[in-house]
Design a protein around this ligand. Structure first.
Ligand SMILES: [Zn+2]
Length: 119
């Protein structure tokens, strides 16, 4: 299966940041992107979130209370192991977003969440 199927901490939540937590079908593409991203100083801030973590994050950051948007519990690709957040300079994120899209992924910069990459 390709990528067609579909940060920084937000608030004070501790979120895991290991790409191995992604769905195995996404890991190679994500690792490739991160291999490039890290050379530009990017770092991963969030990968998989449990429903409880998403609930806590949404409570802290829902309705635009934090820098980046947070989906309601049950509606985040992070809960499905299909998303990760990468923090970098905005221009770097734009380039990474285009690369991710060229690989078939969806970049959150298209909907106000430039650190978010999903598939
Ligand atoms: Zn995200």
């Amino acid at each position: 299966m390709g990528l067609r199927a579909a940060g920084a901490t937000r608030g004070n939540q501790r979120l895991s940041a290991n790409l191995r937590e992604l769905h195995p079908s996404l890991y190679p593409a994500a690792a490739y992107l991160y291999g490039i991203a890290r050379s530009y100083g990017a770092h991963i801030t969030s990968v998989y979130r449990t429903r409880q973590e998403q609930t806590q994050l949404y409570a802290a950051c829902g309705d635009g209370r934090c820098l980046y948007p947070v989906a309601p519990p049950g509606h985040s690709r992070h809960e499905q192991r299909r998303a990760f957040d990468l923090v970098a300079h905005p221009l770097i994120l734009r380039g990474l977003g285009r690369l991710w899209e060229s690989m078939g992924g969806t970049w959150g910069g298209r909907f106000g969440d430039p650190i978010h990459f999903e598939a």
